[in-house]
Design a protein. Structure first.
Length: 357
């Protein structure tokens, strides 16, 4: 019996020793897991602290650099808009005053005409009298002066309407620029607006409006927007946006290559809109006595004997912008002939043939 008790004590002691060792191993594993979690939490706290510092620096930069400049530009542009609005109101008031004066002059002309007819009737009834001749001469002179005044008033009215169109265009352009500036400041990205130059000049006054119409259709067909148009006598300057110079150069080069190669189009497949618009513009230029057009890197010139088109590089475009001789078709054609052959297309023969032949 004693041996059994001794054996049981030994077994119980062994079990207690085994259970104690297992508990210690589990405790060590639990402590190790806690240490790992504490290390991960520390790393996450470090990352969050770094992100917080970056956000603080970025907010400080925006407050320091962007917001003051935006506030200054908004104040400047707001002042310009107010000035343009005041000018537009003054122009409207002046037009109304001149319209009233024009109406009065027309009434005076009608009255003078009635008086003259009455005097002619009196002269016919009483015979020629020297005083009547003098009166008739003065009335005729007044009528001539009235006609001249009417012509001057009409010229002034047309001029004021042109000024109003320019002011309206400036207001629209300034409004779009302000919207772009505000959007740029809010999203922190550089402005997406890309400006390219455009120009148009025609020697033939009868075709000038038609060429301007097909030119602007070609601009829109090539996914460009007319941001502003300025008139300098017979010259038209355009400021276009929507596509980069590189993208436009590739598109215009492909279109001119297809024109020069005269690749036949499969039946039932109409030409794309940009190609149709470009062909229409080039054929319209060929019908004129002389013209120069530019859409970004594309420049086309019609002289008395040829129609030449070219796609310019960026550096060549800078030369065109700074050289006024490119407004003259003959001088522009001479400059284009000096460019590398792969940039120039002589379209004289193509434009002289009927479409589709």
């Amino acid at each position: 019996m004693t041996l059994v008790l001794v054996a049981l004590c030994i077994v119980v002691g062994g079990l207690e020793l085994y259970v104690g060792r297992r508990s210690k191993d589990q405790a060590d594993v639990f402590v190790q897991r806690i240490n790992e979690l504490r290390e991960q939490v520390g790393k996450q706290n470090g990352v969050l602290a770094t992100v917080g510092e970056r956000l603080t620096d970025e907010l400080s930069r925006v407050k320091r650099d962007v917001l003051p400049g935006l506030d200054t530009r908004l104040r400047q542009n707001s002042g310009q808009i107010e000035q343009l609005g005041a000018m537009l109101q003054q122009a409207d008031e002046y037009i109304r005053v001149q319209a009233a004066r024009l109406h009065e002059l027309e009434k005076q002309k009608i009255t003078l005409s009635a008086v003259r007819r009455k005097l002619l009737e009196i002269e016919a009834s009483i015979g020629p009298v020297e005083e009547n001749d003098g009166t008739m001469s003065r009335i005729a002179e007044l009528e001539r002066n009235g006609v001249q005044m009417l012509e001057l008033q009409r010229d002034l009215t047309r001029t004021l309407e042109e000024v109003e169109d320019v002011v309206t265009g400036l207001l629209e352009f300034t409004s779009v620029e302000l919207d772009d500036s505000v959007a740029t400041a809010l999203n922190g990205r550089p402005p997406a607006t890309i400006m390219v130059a455009g120009r148009l000049w025609s020697r033939d006054p009868q075709l000038r409006d038609i060429i301007a119409e097909v030119y602007e259709q070609c601009v829109r067909a090539n996914r460009l927007s007319i941001r502003f148009r300025a008139e300098d006598g017979e010259r038209l300057r355009y400021f276009l946006s929507g596509r980069s110079l590189e993208e436009l150069s590739g598109g215009f080069t492909a279109l001119l290559i297809s024109i020069g190669m005269e690749v036949p189009r499969p039946p039932g497949r109409p030409a794309p809109g940009d190609e149709t618009a470009l062909l229409t513009m080039l054929r319209t230029l060929h019908e004129s006595a002389g013209a120069t057009v530019q859409i970004g890197p594309l420049i086309a010139v019609r002289t008395s004997g040829e129609l030449v088109a070219a796609v310019l590089t960026q550096s060549q475009g800078m030369v065109v912008e700074n050289d006024v001789s490119f407004w003259d078709p003959a001088a522009a054609a001479m400059h284009l002939r000096r460019l590398p052959s792969h940039q120039v297309w002589d379209l004289t023969g193509w434009a002289g043939r009927p479409p589709g032949t």
